[in-house]
Design a binder for this molecule. Structure first.
Ligand code: FMN
Length: 170
């Protein structure tokens, strides 16, 4: 698949097959995420990998944005920003912007890589931050919960804004 095909293929998947994602695929996703750009190449983020069924069930309650999901995925990545690491080099801009951008870019890359491998994902931003930090036993800042698995649905493409609404000729 070329990049255009991958971008067109990616869409939010909220219904998954009960099929495990093999370790080699997980490693491939991680290796490619690791090539994403980041401020000063700091890569100021961590990715929590969750495969345990009970933990996935618990996490799906903390991430209430998963309440519309028809089934739970076999795998979840949680992308967390390391704001302290970025602030040590870039001060407030590192803490408030770069660390969050690093993490967001990594997760956006992940969604495309996942689609290119025939898997599906859905960015879940609706979660209780405090509860999620406690669940993960971390002080890092959770940015995105990313359920991953083989799609059990083929949703039609969502309408987008017209380009005229997005761009400003300057
Ligand atoms: C920052 C962000 C937060 C999101 N949070 C949720 C969420 O909590 N629950 C959910 O089901 N989808 C969530 N989504 C997925 C969007 O609903 C979805 O990307 C959008 O409707 C466009 O559809 P598409 O991904 O199929 O192109 C989120 C997406 C982004 C980028």
């Amino acid at each position: 698949m070329n990049i255009e095909e991958v971008i067109k293929k990616r869409c939010s998947i909220r219904n998954f097959l009960e099929k495990e994602v093999k370790e080699e695929k997980i490693q491939k996703i991680l290796e490619l995420i690791n090539l994403a750009p980041s401020a000063g190449n700091l890569q100021a983020y961590k990715i929590f990998i969750i495969k345990d069924k009970e933990k996935i069930e618990k996490l799906s309650q903390i991430a209430y944005g998963m309440s519309q999901f028809q089934t739970l995925p076999p795998l979840i990545f949680v992308f967390c920003a390391n704001t302290i690491e970025s602030s040590q080099r870039y001060g407030a801009r590192g803490k408030n912007l770069y660390a969050i951008q690093d993490t967001t870019i990594a997760c956006a890359y992940a969604q495309l890589i996942i689609a290119s491998l025939g898997l599906g994902s859905c960015w879940v931003g609706a979660f209780n931050e405090k509860t999620l930090k406690k669940f993960l036993k971390t002080d890092l800042l959770p940015i995105a919960v990313l359920p991953i698995g083989y799609p059990a649905e083929n949703p039609s493409r969502k309408e987008r804004k017209k380009l005229e609404e997005l761009i400003i000729e300057f």
